[in-house]
Design a protein around this ligand. Structure first.
Ligand SMILES: [Mn+2]
Length: 375
């Protein structure tokens, strides 16, 4: 029987989602818990032996007690040998007084299977006679120049054990960390440490880049469910199967159910509005946080059609925000309604309207006339 590990990280429980309205904010905060609960369920269904959180389980060191307790209750649902929780850089372990970990310890005190990896020292377990040694590298602060993994190279390693590193930080070549402030690890050094593999967190993008495979010198969990439009994947975690001191097989798990989508569209007429409507209607609305950025030029009547369309599209979405940078397209009806017939403005704008080579000219002239008349 292989030893199975479910590897997650960067769950950011307690992320406040401040820019969203109350309904969306509540749903987004809730999703961080429910996606973690789904992942525990999957780990149990797949008979995982270990559930590893590779840092940033919490969004900060001051997450409120109720949220920490709820997280602890979810983790207590794991049916395997142990849940291992590493402090990352957002939820670093400063000392025994670090608020979030005091709360976490209090909430998990009675659960012998939950281990807070607050110190860099080997944690040994045994699964069906096979020793399994974890080498945790907790973050002591929010930022740091040096990797936290140095102690592993000089630590005693038992050749008979399955040996797994757990760390949190940037990896050269993976993330953008030009200033080396996030405990940057060297990929080659990780590979040369003598361990079967490393379970890492910090970069919210999963690594390896293939959903299944046979081996990898390290794994990056990827955030378990998206937290912003910057997240291009649907939420990720790994199921890793080991035999001896080797990874034999890995498989990507997808516990997330929400998506953040930002759409940039240029509108110049009703055909574009129809196209926008079709694109929005194709979204899985109840689980989509949609952020529309609309630019272009619309005639007054089309602008009304757009407003009505947006009002119709909005309700089923988890969140639906619109950034409008639209100019008014001046047409004959607008000229007739605004300017005296036969007057200079009417004649000028009508002439410009016919200038197919300069479609912006009439709008520009109208804006100028409006500005002059107003001042
Ligand atoms: Mn981090």
């Amino acid at each position: 029987m292989p030893i199975r590990i479910v590897h997650t990280g960067d769950n950011h429980i307690g992320l406040p989602f401040r820019p969203y309205d109350e309904a969306a904010r509540t749903a987004l905060i809730e999703e961080r818990f429910t996606a973690l609960a789904r992942l525990i369920q999957t780990a149990n269904d797949r008979q995982a032996d270990f559930f590893v959180v590779a840092g940033d389980l919490f969004d900060s060191t001051r997450v409120k007690a109720a949220d920490v307790e709820r997280t602890a209750t979810i983790l207590q649902g794991f049916a395997g040998t142990a849940v291992l929780v590493l402090p990352g850089n957002h939820d670093f372990f400063g000392d025994a007084d670090t608020e979030v970990w005091k709360r976490f310890r209090k909430a998990t005190d009675a659960t012998s299977t939950i281990e807070l990896l607050s110190s860099p020292a080997v944690r040994r377990y045994e699964v069906a006679g096979q020793p399994v040694d974890f080498f945790p590298c907790p973050c002591p602060s929010k930022t740091g120049q040096e990797p936290t993994t140095g102690w592993v190279t000089t630590a005693d390693q038992d050749a008979a054990a399955l040996r797994i590193g757990i760390a949190h930080g940037n990896v050269t070549g993976l993330g953008l960390d030009a200033a080396d402030r996030y405990f940057t690890m060297d990929a080659a050094a990780l590979e040369q440490a003598g361990l079967a593999t490393w379970l890492l967190g910090h970069i919210h993008v999963p690594f390896p880049t293939t959903p299944t495979g046979t081996n990898s010198p390290f794994f990056m969990a990827g955030i378990h469910t998206p937290d912003s439009v910057r997240c291009r994947h649907g939420g990720s975690a790994w199921l890793i199967e080991c035999a001896g001191n080797r990874v034999e097989r890995y498989e990507q798990l997808t516990p997330g159910t929400i998506r953040f989508v930002r759409l940039h569209e240029t509108l110049t007429g009703t055909a574009d509005i129809d196209r926008l409507e079709a694109t929005c209607a194709a979204c899985d609305t109840a689980t989509t946080v949609l952020d529309l950025h609309l630019t272009g030029r619309l005639a007054a009547a089309d602008r009304q059609t757009l407003e009505a369309t947006l009002d119709r599209l909005r309700p089923p979405f988890l969140s639906f925000t619109v950034d409008l940078d639209l100019h008014e397209q001046i047409d004959q009806a607008r000229i007739a309604a605004t300017y005296a017939s036969g007057g200079l403005a009417e004649q000028l704008l009508t002439a410009l309207l016919d200038d197919a080579d300069h479609p912006d000219a009439v709008t520009l002239a109208h804006d100028l006339i409006q500005e002059v008349t107003r001042s």
